[in-house]
Design a protein around this ligand. Structure first.
Ligand code: NAG
Ligand code: NAG
Ligand code: NAG
Ligand code: NAG
Ligand code: NAG
Ligand code: NAG
Ligand code: NAG
Ligand code: NAG
Ligand code: NAG
Ligand code: NAG
Ligand code: NAG
Ligand code: NAG
Ligand code: CU
Length: 588
């Protein structure tokens, strides 16, 4: 669904802000009209070649409807949990959400989940300059495998950096034969019972091809184009596991955006898209196509079996019968994955002075040493700690407000423990610090290595690149100086540089740099859902107690502090919520 508000609303927000200095709870009764509504339910459906099973859907489909919003304007999106036996949240993947602390959709960090048969009004305001390609997904259990959909942020006043005739979304998802509850139970079982490999890669909800050599002859999505035009294709990596390599027959791509930031144009014959990543690329269609259909071929990388899917770039009329996969794959996609686009993508506009912090400005480096531990239950740990759905007992931000089960993270304790406070299990950071976060791959207990798309909530990071071994700050700075400024991202890959090494051997890093400016409680985690459920998540508390909790006084947030509290509406009660962006706009 597309919905637009007039620029006037932005002005209204500003005027209102002058009046409402101290936001109070506002009841969203029948006079309140949300900007969009999403209804989440379960249904037995069949995807691709696979038998029907219980699946979490948004507005009855997977992916759910596309949302289009504009930067610089406050939106309220009402999310109904129509399920009778499952909790729900909605996360707005890539949006920073710094101005609406309870609206990030993380059940372990920012909010209690929406109870069955309740709804929650999510507030969002995308800062000017962050128009781009995003998506939404549940952050509960394995629901995001299907409970997800595109979220496109458009420019309000400034023109788009690039010109094109039309934009189209290419939304990638995985299908598994097992249902969500079986997968979840298996991942926390001792010993581990794996989810199985991806049975098919879907494009816009459809897909066929082959999985581990078994043919799946299901109908394909069609991307309909006309000759001699320029299309902006918005690729969204909403897979749960698949690190996809993909290319079109006979057409190159010109990358123009990565994770919500315009880049200088970069031509490529193929793309790699990890879980959680997004790219926009211009596709220039042929003036005189030799045939009416060309395949888009997608393959999983860095997994023990190969899953191959297809979609169709269609110049012709809408076919009378659906397109099906080719009998032979038309393309040979590159097998290597290492360092894709690192040091090659640059911001569309050179960063303004001071925006990209220099190496000299870095005040602290935190290394996240990731490791797979097998001792009964198989878990992924970072600096010796895992973070599974079983921890913490209540959302972290709620605990900080209530000052009950979790102590505010201590910087002093963290500084002597590799950046993590062992008591509160958080990574604290101070406003004004310039952090380097280095994610360091190591051999598992078994010696195995894996690939991880690391995703950050709360802010986008300057992506400093990746390499084998361990991070060498001076060498990397020289490389950046020679190649030009990096882009800001919210999800980038930690690679593996061998299939196997020995237990604990340090092999492969990724580095980010950030000037800490927005107080809040933010997750940083691997975006592979299986790995998340196996503990591969961290929590960061940016800012001190006053900065994190002081924005709104305690009485106003009381409704957020209990499961099913007054901020959650249901059939007999309207929700009472704080309008956070009013005070946020006021402060700017
Ligand atoms: C989702 O469905 C509801 C009704 O069930 C509808 O009101 C709403 O507009 C739909 N949302 C979108 C984004 O299309
Ligand atoms: C509905 O909410 C508005 C705004 O909070 C308020 O002004 C109005 O009185 C409420 N209406 C009812 C019927 O409660
Ligand atoms: C969905 O399928 C399960 C078995 O897989 C079955 O128990 C259940 O009744 C089905 N639900 C509906 C609404 O058909
Ligand atoms: C929903 O969340 C609440 C609060 O965390 C928890 O007590 C409850 O067990 C959850 N329900 C389900 C079905 O997971
Ligand atoms: C893939 O296929 C091979 C050969 O048929 C089989 O041995 C293997 O178990 C399959 N792997 C998976 C994960 O299904
Ligand atoms: C990318 O390819 C297009 C043709 O498809 C060409 O016009 C353009 O100049 C190329 N851009 C760069 C940066 O090489
Ligand atoms: C591609 O790389 C994988 C390791 O990630 C390896 O197992 C496989 O044999 C390679 N395939 C080819 C065709 O080189
Ligand atoms: C897939 O099925 C269609 C009919 O639905 C058939 O025409 C086509 O030959 C099949 N393709 C393969 C690779 O089996
Ligand atoms: C929070 O709790 C600790 C002890 O658990 C207490 O020392 C401290 O004063 C409390 N802070 C506030 C603001 O209530
Ligand atoms: C791997 O190394 C860690 C740290 O030295 C050690 O605690 C663990 O027992 C080792 N695992 C195995 C399987 O040897
Ligand atoms: C990474 O470094 C290790 C140790 O030096 C080496 O064994 C491995 O081959 C390297 N991998 C790549 C892809 O260069
Ligand atoms: C938090 O930092 C601000 C500004 O840096 C300072 O004014 C305030 O006293 C600090 N609060 C606490 C609890 O340390
Ligand atoms: Cu991972």
């Amino acid at each position: 669904m597309v919905f637009f508000k007039h620029t006037l609303s932005a002005i209204c927000v500003f005027l209102l802000a002058l009046v409402v200095a101290d936001p109070q709870s506002i009841t969203h009764n029948e006079t309140f009209v949300p900007d969009a509504v999403l209804r989440v339910s379960t249904s037995n459906i069949s995807q691709s070649c696979y038998p029907s099973k219980s699946t979490v859907l948004v507005n009855g489909t997977s992916p759910g409807p596309e949302l289009r919003i504009k930067e610089g304007i406050t939106y309220w999106i009402r999310v109904y949990n129509d399920m009778t036996h499952q909790n729900l949240t909605m996360h707005w993947h890539g949006l920073t959400q710094a101005m609406a602390p309870f609206a990030d959709g993380t059940p372990q960090a920012s909010q209690w989940p929406i109870p069955p048969l309740h709804f929650f009004d999510y507030e969002m305001l995308v800062p000017i300059g962050m128009a781009g390609t995003y998506f939404y997904h549940s952050h509960v259990g394995f629901q995001a495998v299907s409970a997800t959909g595109p979220l496109i942020v458009e420019e309000d006043q400034v023109p788009c950096a690039y010109q094109y005739d039309e934009d189209k979304t290419v939304f990638l998802q995985d299908v598994f034969t097992k249902d969500d509850s079986t997968i979840e139970a298996g991942l926390v079982a001792s010993p581990l019972s794996w989810s199985g490999e991806t049975d098919m890669i879907l494009v816009n909800g459809k897909g066929g091809g082959s999985a581990n050599g078994t043919v799946c002859n299901a109908s394909l999505s069609s991307i309909n184009v006309q000759p001699g035009k320029t299309y902006r294709l918005r690729f969204i990596g909403a897979t749960t596991l698949t690190f996809a390599s993909l290319a079109f027959e006979g057409h190159d791509l010109e990358i123009i955006e990565a994770d919500g930031h315009y880049t200088q144009p970069h031509n490529t014959s193929f793309l790699q898209l990890g879980t959680g990543q997004r790219f926009s690329a211009l596709l220039h269609t042929k003036l005189n196509p030799e045939k009416s259909t060309y395949y888009l071929q997608l393959e999983s990388r860095e997994r023990p079996t190969l899953t191959r899917g297809f979609a169709v770039l269609n110049y012709g009329p809408k076919p009378s019968t659906p397109f099906t996969p080719p009998s032979q794959p038309p393309l040979t996609l590159p097998n290597t994955t290492l360092g894709f686009l690192d040091y090659e993508l640059h911001p569309f506009s050179a960063p303004t002075d001071g925006a990209f912090p220099t190496a000299q400005e870095v005040t602290r480096r935190v290394t996240l040493t990731v490791h797979q531990r097998v001792s009964g239950q198989t878990v992924w740990i970072q600096n010796q700690y895992d973070w599974t759905d079983a921890f913490p007992a209540e959302p972290y931000l709620v605990s900080l407000y209530k000052n009950d089960s979790i102590e505010f993270p201590s910087m002093q304790r963290a500084l002597s423990n590799n950046g993590i406070d062992p008591i509160s299990r958080a990574f604290p950071a101070q406003i004004g610090e310039v952090l380097e976060i280095v994610i360091q791959n190591t051999g598992a207990d078994s010696g195995g290595l894996d690939v991880h798309p690391y995703h950050a909530h709360g802010a986008h990071y300057w992506d400093l690149g990746s390499g084998n071994g361990s991070y060498d700050a001076a060498a990397n700075e020289a490389r950046i100086a020679a190649s030009g400024p990096p882009v800001q991202r919210d999800t980038t890959m930690l690679y593996r540089y061998a299939m196997k090494t020995t237990n604990g051997t340090v092999m492969g890093w990724r580095a980010w740099r950030l000037r800490v400016s927005q107080p809040g409680v933010w997750m940083v985690h691997c975006h592979i859902l299986q790995h998340m459920l196996m503990g591969m998540q961290t929590l960061w508390v940016m800012g001190n107690k006053t900065e994190v909790l002081g924005k709104v006084g305690y009485p106003d947030v009381a409704g957020y502090l209990q499961y099913g509290g007054s901020v959650y509406g249901n059939a007999s009660r309207w929700p009472s919520v704080v309008h956070f962006t009013d005070s946020w706009v006021d402060e700017q």
